[in-house]
Design a binder for this molecule. Structure first.
Ligand code: CO
Length: 217
């Protein structure tokens, strides 16, 4: 039988290490969490939220799914969002895509992949809406650009959720951002969308889409 002894040993060493620096770290954290950030990211094992932005436990609330999608029918994502916005009162939501995303790749590939194609339909829609721009790019840049455009679309989706709209309506401070992470260098590329209200959304999206992306120029 394969055991996960190595992982449990890792865990013990990690806990010891943190408590050596701050003996009350876990004790204090167990009482409450007050993260300022909600991270919406891809499930890809190479894109771990806390490590990338170098934040300890307690600092970032996280939801991850294939290709960092925000769908208005996804109860899982919406429930995370509601708790983060209404209860934790996070001030920033980062939609973080990544270059080299397998879900985006599959959405560009016309051959069927089974159930996942239903999920990826969102990205196929974005591809269809930006078909002229994508086709005009050299082939090597098309996938990276769709990774970026997908993030922008998810910022749009996020800003239109009832949860974010209602938070803005009641004057709650909340900003939605679009980022794209590079697997090759470990760096986040800021896509330049920072939306703090529904009125600012169309202009912010238009400007971001018009700006050639860092990997697609
Ligand atoms: Co991915």
């Amino acid at each position: 039988m394969t055991t996960l002894r190595n992982l449990l040993d890792n865990n013990r060493r990690w806990s010891d290490r943190i408590r050596r620096d701050d003996p009350h770290f876990f004790e204090n954290l167990a009482k409450q969490q007050t993260p300022k950030y909600l991270w919406i990211g891809c499930s890809d094992s190479r894109v771990p939220a806390n490590q990338i932005i170098d934040l300890p436990p307690g600092e970032v609330f996280v939801h991850r799914n294939i290709s960092n999608l925000v769908l208005h029918s996804d109860m899982n994502c919406l429930s995370v969002l509601q708790f983060a916005v209404d209860v934790l009162k996070v001030e920033h939501i980062m939609i973080t895509g990544h270059y080299g995303c397998g879900g985006v790749k599959a959405a560009m590939d016309p051959k069927p992949h089974g159930l996942i194609d239903n999920w990826l339909r969102e990205i196929s829609g974005t591809l269809e809406r930006h078909r002229a721009e994508i086709d005009a790019l050299p082939e090597a840049k098309r996938h990276a650009r769709l990774c970026e455009l997908n993030v922008m679309q998810q910022v749009d989706n996020m800003a239109h959720t009832t949860i974010v709209r209602e938070a803005w309506d009641r004057g709650q401070q909340l900003e939605v951002h679009g980022w794209c992470y590079g697997l090759e260098d470990g760096l986040i590329h800021d896509l330049g969308i920072d939306v703090a209200g529904i009125g600012a959304l169309p202009g912010a999206l238009q400007a971001a889409i018009a700006r050639p992306g860092p990997r697609a120029t």
